[in-house]
Design a binder for this molecule. Structure first.
Ligand SMILES: [Fe+2]
Length: 362
């Protein structure tokens, strides 16, 4: 098992359930259909009719019920069958599993484990997606790779110098792995890796957001919060100016396993400057989509290789691997605890501490 079952996972953006539509998505190997009730509450059901297994999402919505498109059986949002056409009695087994679904900070959160343990208080506070002091640019990538390869990728930002030269990478003399990383572990599930890059050439993305062509100071902090949330906190400011005025971004990487070899990658890039600049919001969306396309190429090639050659990854460790290896160990330990102790529930660090790092650069 590569998943922690008893944990909240991001299931989508809140606005996806606007109106009377429904959204079908597979999480941790299980097909789910989500909708918003007429009373405004969100609900999630297993996306499978208990009769002949057709996905309910292949049918239609009738009021607050889903109707199977094969024989017209209807189910309410608790999963109870309300109609079995052609008969008055409803078979006892005619019910669909429901999953706890919550909304927080503009996101939908689903609990695929033991429903009785689904405590909404355990949803991490990642408020930057939905906060008046920050403006988000949001998007989604479907990645044909194990989500752990994405976590590896996001905890090792050294790869930017090769994968992202056209967007956020530092080339030639200033390759990112030349700047050392300080790694720390907080609580049971959080790994933080911080790096400073003083007086560097501005890669294209940073020249755009800063509206500045000269040399810059840059920091990047990669955070992984088990089981599958990462955040990149980066700051950039022109050399000779103060870090207090830095353009700063919290990049939320919300990685939810779809299957063992595919991942839903919801992302939200929140910035602290030029908050009302809608063109910038769109330009960031485009640039970040391009950046994550670049990652997807690498991740999907890696996945194919793992399937053909077998794991583990990495087969040898470089200095840049310290944070990703620690993040994998943290997750493995939680999965092991869940396996060994039936009463164990992971209590994630709820607040990702939002501190401006103490910088040596000026
Ligand atoms: Fe990347």
């Amino acid at each position: 098992m590569i998943w922690l079952k008893n944990a909240w996972y991001v299931a989508g953006f809140k606005h996806e359930l606007d109106g009377d539509n429904f959204v079908a998505r597979r999480f941790l190997g299980t097909a789910v259909v989500m909708m918003r009730n007429s009373d405004g509450k969100v609900a999630a059901l297993r996306d499978m009719c208990p009769h002949r297994l057709l996905p309910l999402s292949a049918g239609r919505r009738v009021g607050d019920e889903l109707e199977c498109g094969y024989h017209g059986m209807r189910f309410d949002v608790s999963g109870a069958c309300t109609l079995a056409p052609g008969q008055t009695n409803i078979p006892k087994q005619a019910c669909v599993k429901s999953f706890p679904l919550e909304e927080k900070h503009g996101l939908l959160w689903i609990w695929m484990g033991d429903a009785e343990r689904a405590d909404p208080e355990l949803i991490p506070d990642i408020r930057w997606n939905d906060h008046p002091d920050w403006t988000p640019s949001r998007g989604y990538h479907h990645i044909k790779a194990d989500f752990r390869l994405s976590v590896d990728n996001l905890m090792d930002l050294g790869h930017e110098s090769w994968v992202h030269l056209r967007t956020i990478g530092q080339g030639e003399e200033e390759v990112i792995p030349n700047y050392p990383v300080k790694v720390s572990i907080e609580g049971e599930g959080l790994v933080r890796a911080h790096r400073e890059m003083p007086n560097i050439e501005a890669p294209p993305f940073f020249a755009m957001v800063l509206n500045h062509e000269g040399r810059i100071n840059r920091w990047q902090t990669a955070i992984s919060l088990a089981p599958s949330i990462c955040m990149t906190d980066f700051g950039v400011y022109p050399v000779g100016t103060s870090a207090d005025g830095a353009y700063r971004s919290h990049v939320l990487h919300l990685l939810t396993p779809e299957t063992e070899t595919t991942t839903h990658y919801f992302w939200s890039v929140a910035r602290n400057q030029r908050l009302d600049d809608e063109k910038l919001t769109e330009d960031i969306c485009k640039a970040i989509a391009q950046t994550f396309d670049e990652d997807a190429v690498v991740l999907e090639l890696q996945q194919k290789q793992v399937e053909a050659e077998g794991g583990p990854v990495p087969r040898l460790a470089l200095r840049v691997d310290e944070a990703p290896i620690r993040a994998r160990r943290v997750l493995d330990a939680l999965i092991q605890k869940e396996k060994e102790d039936p009463d164990f529930v992971y209590r994630p660090q709820l607040m990702i501490e939002d501190v401006t790092p103490e910088l040596a650069m000026s």
